[in-house]
Design a protein around this ligand. Structure first.
Ligand SMILES: [Zn+2]
Length: 390
């Protein structure tokens, strides 16, 4: 088995709600193109996935919902279909959506299988559709491919971490495993007070046997590199130490970038990359997916950097002139930090500090946070501000 596997999802071009919808398939194809141009992605890394079977999808979604998606996809009228999440402008039903969604799930399942077969890292950038619920499409997501990947991994592993760095709460995955003690879900996102889907608050910590296996870092608006990294370090290393995962599913939504049109977090490409780097350094097998990200120039650069980091290869910063978006951006790393009024930055810091302290309070029976303080001291104080240079 290869060390690094990049799963190509043949149906990715078909996963498109409309020509004007922000979830454009070019997000994935442009990232692949840039990663290839820079030598990060090579032919020998690539594995082509086959579509998932409807039965596999029905392991995490209700069989009735799977049937509804298939019928709508064939253009049939399904009475009451609105209740399955297809009413909002976010998820208009489209012809072929069943096959396109099965293709995405198939690629994430293939990535999970590759890791089970011995790959250190396997990636499906077309995946990461983390909002889909048990019987409901939501937030551009029809089938929840990260949840299916976790289901596949459970054949082999008993302690699985799902880490979600998308700017939106990873709600679908959280709710599907909310009572499962074998799956720890961690999501770092703009607070649900300000942003879709409105959940991901510090008191959502799991239920029943799964109590203590859900963690939510809810960020203030305009959270920048420094605050984001501080919050990550405060929470994630202690959770990993406590839970001792055997495998990590990493959802790499690129929408915390400061140019993203759908959210209000202010990260740079290199600031966001630190979380990917940290996960890569843990020596735990990784199934990585894409996720949100609606600024094409940011997504392609962030996912190229992430692929290089996960693969463990260096990458030149300079973008080749033949890249389609070269006129708009010339380097992988953002050359400068976004300007932010001090008042907004202070508010972001206060909100995030409060939120992290609430998270620690709610998870106190399950996690020893004493270590988190040491971790923070090792990393330098939160105001030292070295994040801009890495
Ligand atoms: Zn998102």
């Amino acid at each position: 088995m290869k060390d690094f596997v990049y799963v190509v999802c043949p149906g990715v071009e078909q996963y498109s709600f409309s020509a004007y919808h922000p979830l454009r398939p070019e997000r994935v194809t442009l990232s692949q193109e840039l990663a290839r141009m820079l030598g990060v992605l090579r032919d020998e890394d690539i594995v082509e996935a086959t579509p998932a079977s409807p039965d596999l999808v029905a392991e995490v979604h209700s069989p009735r919902y799977v049937q509804v998606v298939q019928a709508l996809s064939e253009g049939k009228h399904v009475p009451g279909y609105h209740a399955f999440g297809f009413a909002s402008g976010d998820n208009p039903p489209f012809r072929g959506m069943f096959e396109a969604s099965l293709a995405v799930v198939g690629a994430s399942a293939a990535a999970a299988q590759a890791v089970m077969d011995g790959a250190r890292v396997a990636v499906n950038l077309a995946g990461g559709l983390h909002h889909a619920r048990y019987e409901e499409a939501a937030g551009f997501c029809i089938f929840n491919d990260p949840a299916v990947a976790i289901h596949v991994l459970k054949q082999k592993y008993r302690r699985i971490v799902y880490l979600d760095i998308d700017v939106h709460h990873g709600d679908g995955v959280q709710w599907l495993y909310y009572r499962d003690p074998q799956v720890l879900t961690i999501s770092i996102h703009e607070s649900g007070r300000f942003l879709f889907p409105g959940t991901g608050h510090p008191d959502e910590i799991g239920e029943g046997e799964g109590r203590g296996t859900s963690a939510n870092i809810a960020l203030g608006r305009y959270t920048d590199d420094e605050i984001w990294w501080w919050a990550f370090r405060q929470v994630v290393p202690a959770l990993f130490r406590r839970f001792q995962p055997e495998v990590v599913v990493l959802q790499m939504g690129a929408d915390p970038h400061y140019t993203d049109p759908l959210a209000h977090v202010s990260l740079t490409t290199q600031g966001w990359l630190r979380a990917v780097q940290w996960v890569a350094e843990q020596g735990i097998p990784i199934v990585a997916t894409g996720g949100g990200g609606y600024s094409l120039t940011a997504v392609a650069r962030m996912w190229t950097l992430a692929l290089a980091t996960l693969k463990g290869v260096s990458v030149p910063d300079q973008i080749p002139p033949q890249f389609a978006l070269y006129d708009e951006v010339q380097t992988l790393r953002d050359p400068e930090l976004p300007a932010l009024p001090e008042r907004l930055r202070e508010a972001a810091m206060q909100f995030t500090e409060q939120s992290v302290s609430e998270l620690k309070y709610h998870l106190r029976p399950y996690v020893d946070w004493g270590d988190a303080r040491e971790e923070d001291e090792k990393a330098g104080s939160k105001h030292s501000g070295d994040s801009a240079n890495q």
